[in-house]
Write a protein that binds this ligand. Structure first.
Ligand code: 4NP
Length: 157
């Protein structure tokens, strides 16, 4: 019998900056390790403002620059996600508060701060949406690379 896929959902406020980068980078990380067929990966928003939209152009540029394929649109998290996914990652403390508030009682998903898996200990992936340049997006990419590897390593311990 085929092993059930592990399921990971990446969350941020709008699903157009941080969580698409985290999703794309995590997908590329498992693909590069030949583990792509063992994972189901998606991202979603806390809020509904950008539903149906592609990521911010700076997020897309950053992913393109690093050869991270991305072809997803924003959606808002739904109740069912909390029992479908094994791991739901927030990017900052506000995301974690929102996730804990939205999670139905006794639901399956572990709610985890993505930055907890950064070996360099940078716990918060700051929201770069209101920045006047793309530096925060590059930083988000670098954090996502470290946290993706760190999380996968934590599963093998
Ligand atoms: P994200 O950034 O949560 O990283 O996608 C944001 C995008 C949009 C908004 C806030 C944060 N907004 O308020 O529209």
């Amino acid at each position: 019998m085929a092993q059930d896929k592990k399921k990971a959902l990446f969350i941020c406020l709008g699903n157009i900056c941080r969580s698409p980068i985290a999703e794309g980078v995590f997908q590329k990380t498992v693909n590069d390790l030949n583990l792509g067929d063992q994972w189901e990966i998606d991202s979603a928003a806390i809020g509904g403002w950008h539903v149906g939209n592609p990521p911010d152009w700076r997020a897309l540029d950053t992913m393109k620059k690093h050869n991270v394929p991305y072809n997803n649109q924003a959606r808002q998290i739904v109740k069912e996600d909390f029992n479908h996914y094994d791991y739901i990652f927030g990017m900052d403390e506000e995301n974690m508060r929102d996730l804990n508030r939205k999670a139905p009682k006794g639901s399956k998903a572990q709610l985890l701060l993505f930055g907890e898996f950064d070996p360099q200990g940078e716990r918060i992936i700051r929201d770069p949406y209101y920045d006047s340049d793309a530096k925060g997006f590059e930083k988000c990419y670098e954090q996502s690379v470290r946290c993706s590897k760190g999380f996968l390593e934590s599963l093998t311990k």
